[in-house]
Ligand binder design. Structure first.
Ligand code: BMA
Length: 316
C-alpha cells in the first residue's frame, strides 16, 4: 500500500495566514470556508478566536489566493446571541456553497450554544450582509455544508450529528431550507484501530465531478496523547448522493508539518473550503492547522479519483 503523502502538496508559504496578519487583535485564525468570487478573487471566511475563546467569522480576500490578503477591519459575521441564543458561545467552521437557484451563497456554520454545537445557515450575496436562517440542526451536530442544487426536488445538507454509536456523516433534505427531514446515513465512522474510528465529519463541501460527488472527510483517532485529525476520500453517487460508491482505506493527508503539529490543538488539519483553478482539475484546499493558523495544499481532482480507484472499495 503506497503512502498517503503525495496527493496533497503543501504550499511553501505555509502558513499563509495567522493571527499576526489580522487588522485587529485576535488569538488564532483557522478552519476557513473558501470561495472564488465572480471576479476570480479568492475569499476565505475565516474562523477567528478572540481572547475569550469565542469565535466569529472574518473575510480575507486575495487576487491570487496565496498572499496580498485584504482582511476586513472588523468581524464580518459576529455571533448574535441576543436574537439567536444558540450563538451564545460563538460561531465556527463556515462552509460555503454557491446556490445557483438562490443566486446567493449558503454558509453553513457551527453555532455554539449552551446545549452544545448545532448547525446554522446564513445566505449572502457579497459576504458583507447576511440573511440568517437560524439553527437548522440541533446540538450536538456540526461539520455541515449545503449541496449546490436540489436532489429530487429538495435542498440537501451534509452534517454530522453525534450519537452514542459514534459520530457519522448524514444527509438531510428540505423544501425551503427551514424544515428538514428525510435523514439518511451516508458514511459511518469505522471501529477499533482504524484512523477514522468512532468519529468522522465532512471537511469542505462536496466536490462535483462527472463520476460523482467527491467527499474529503476528516477522521479522528483518539490516542493516549489526544485526538489526531486526518483526511480521507469517498465518492458519492451523483444522482443519489446518500449512496457511497467508494471509500478509501488509508488516510490521504495528515498532520506532518510543524505548524500542523504544534499549536493550540496539535495534530489537527481541518479544511472547510476549497477553490478549483481554471484548469478545472487543481483543487486548492484551505485548512486550519492546529486550530492556530491557515494553510494551503493543492491536489489534482483526477489524481484523487484515481487514488480512490486504487485504494477505495464500496462500503459493505
Ligand atoms: C472539531 C471542530 C474543529 C476543530 C477540531 C480540533 O471538533 O470543533 O473546529 O478544529 O475539533 O480541535
Amino acid at each position: 500500500m503506497s503512502g498517503p503523502t503525495s496527493l496533497l502538496v503543501r504550499h511553501p508559504n505555509n502558513p499563509i495566514l495567522s493571527a499576526s496578519d489580522w487588522p485587529y487583535p485576535v488569538h488564532t485564525v483557522f478552519n476557513p470556508g473558501a470561495v472564488r468570487l465572480k471576479d476570480h478573487t479568492t475569499l476565505l471566511l475565516c474562523r477567528v478566536e478572540d481572547f475569550r475563546g469565542h469565535s466569529h467569522l472574518c473575510a480575507a480576500r486575495s487576487r491570487n489566493g496565496i498572499d496580498g490578503w485584504q482582511i476586513d477591519d472588523t468581524p464580518t459575521l459576529s455571533p448574535m446571541p441576543g436574537e439567536y441564543t444558540e450563538e451564545l458561545w460563538g460561531i465556527e467552521d463556515p462552509r460555503i456553497t454557491w446556490m445557483p437557484e438562490l443566486g446567493r451563497y449558503a454558509v453553513a456554520y457551527t453555532a455554539f450554544s449552551k446545549a452544545g454545537p448545532g448547525v446554522a445557515l446564513a445566505l449572502t450575496e457579497d459576504f458583507r450582509t447576511f440573511e440568517r436562517l437560524g439553527l437548522v440542526m440541533q446540538p450536538d451536530d456540526k461539520d455541515a455544508a449545503m449541496l449546490p442544487r436540489r436532489v429530487d426536488g429538495h435542498f440537501a445538507l451534509v452534517h454530522r450529528p453525534m450519537h452514542e454509536s459514534g459520530a457519522h456523516i448524514w444527509m438531510s433534505f428540505s423544501p425551503d431550507l427551514r424544515n428538514w427531514g428525510g435523514h439518511k446515513l451516508v458514511l459511518l465512522a469505522r471501529k477499533g484501530a482504524w484512523w477514522d474510528a468512532n468519529k468522522v465529519g465532512l471537511s469542505p463541501p462536496l466536490i462535483e465531478t462527472p463520476r460523482g460527488w467527491l467527499m474529503i472527510y476528516h477522521g479522528v483517532r483518539h490516542t493516549a496523547a489526544g485526538s489526531l485529525y486526518r483526511l480521507g476520500l469517498a465518492l458519492l453517487d451523483l444522482e443519489q448522493p446518500t449512496k457511497c460508491l467508494l471509500r478509501g482505506d488509508p488516510w490521504m493527508f495528515g498532520p506532518e508539518a510543524q505548524y500542523e503539529r504544534e499549536g493550540d490543538v496539535g495534530y489537527v488539519v481541518f479544511p472547510c473550503g476549497y477553490v478549483i483553478e481554471d484548469d478545472g482539475d487543481t483543487v486548492r484546499l484551505y485548512y486550519g492547522a492546529s486550530d492556530t493558523c491557515i494553510a494551503l495544499a493543492t491536489a489534482s481532482l483526477s489524481a484523487m479519483l484515481a487514488w480512490l480507484d486504487e485504494h477505495g472499495r464500496a462500503p459493505a
